[in-house]
Ligand binder design. Structure first.
Ligand code: DDH
Length: 288
């Protein structure tokens, strides 16, 4: 019989492809929700769980899933994500062995792939932490600020300029909600399809300022004012170093998909204490 090492004892027997399939099935179960898909809000949950990482103190990141607890769940940046966390409770009830960090990141991977994005390699290895590990407020980007704030935030996680722009391409998906962030609308007209349309939109359309009822403002497409950009995004686009990557991804969707797959995996794995022998999953799409 196998020696009773801690590692053998901790080995979990979870069929992660089946977890993926169950999440995939859930994505369009409510056609009245937003644009008909829970995919975008699940991608956002995976990102906000991971993007709290600080490379210097090695705190935050998806490992502990500390957004389950206040104060982190109450940080303004996380408004609306209770919807995504509640959905994942249903999956967790079926697979009680899975850690929340693994579940939330797997859901992000599933949503990107099911909505037409690239295959994102994924590994298990996150362990739930307690509320004492909650990260301080202010670690996620403030959409009302400029490119230097965005650089501070993402350099702290360990990303470079090219990676920051590739990650921003996730805004092909989803929309802003007045009752969550205070901004309003999708970034282009097909918010449930993962594509490089975000980059095409930002680089080819005429953006004009629009004042919002709550006292804030955003950019809108002059020819379709339902479509928007955040103040931080146009500030990024006007930065020379960032701009070259926006233009590159607008022209080359294959390059965007390749770079996004690498950087989204990196994001979801920030601060996760892998041992090095984890299986790397390439999940099959439900359409394959
Ligand atoms: Fe984002 N994002 N994000 N974002 N994000 C919002 C929605 C979504 C910023 C601000 C906002 C990333 C980067 C940035 C998604 C994924 C990712 C909203 C609107 C704001 C505001 C929230 C709401 O009202 O519901 C800013 C600023 C940045 C930045 O880079 C400077 C990244 C890196 C990702 C990622 O996933 C890799 C997704 C998806 C949504 C849509 C959510 C939804 O419910 O729909």
């Amino acid at each position: 019989s196998a020696p009773a090492t801690g590692k053998t004892e901790k080995k979990k027997n979870i069929d992660y492809q089946q977890v993926y399939n169950d999440i995939a099935e859930m994505l369009d179960e409510d056609s009245d929700y937003d644009d008909g898909s829970y995919g975008p809000v699940l991608v956002r949950l995976a990102w906000h769980a991971s993007g709290t990482y600080d490379k210097d103190t090695k705190t935050g990141g998806s490992n502990g899933a500390t957004m389950r607890f206040a104060p982190e769940s109450k940080h303004a940046a996380n408004n609306g994500l209770a919807i995504a966390r509640d959905l994942m409770e249903k999956i967790h009830a079926k697979y009680p062995e899975i850690s929340y960090g693994d579940l939330w990141t797997l859901a992000g991977v599933c949503a990107v792939q099911e909505l037409g994005g690239p295959t994102i390699p994924w590994r298990s290895g996150r362990e739930d932490a307690f509320e004492t590990s909650c990260t301080p407020d202010g670690r996620l980007p403030d959409a009302g600020k400029k490119e230097d704030h965005i650089r501070d935030i993402f350099y702290r996680m360990g990303f470079n300029d090219q990676e920051i722009v590739a990650l921003a391409g996730a805004h092909a998906l989803g929309r802003c909600h007045p009752d969550r962030s205070g901004f309003e609308g999708p970034w282009q007209e097909a918010p449930t399809v993962f594509s490089n349309e975000y980059f095409k939109a930002i680089s080819t359309r005429k953006w004009v300022k629009k004042d919002l009822k709550n006292g804030g403002w955003q950019w809108v497409d002059k020819n379709n004012t339902d479509v928007m950009m955040l103040p931080a995004e146009i500030a990024m686009y006007n930065d020379k170093e960032f701009k070259k990557y926006f233009d590159l991804y607008a022209k080359d969707e294959d390059k965007f998909f390749k770079d996004f797959a690498a950087v989204f995996q990196k994001l979801l794995e920030l601060g996760v204490p892998f041992k090095g022998d984890e299986k790397v999953y390439h999940f099959k799409r439900t359409t394959e």
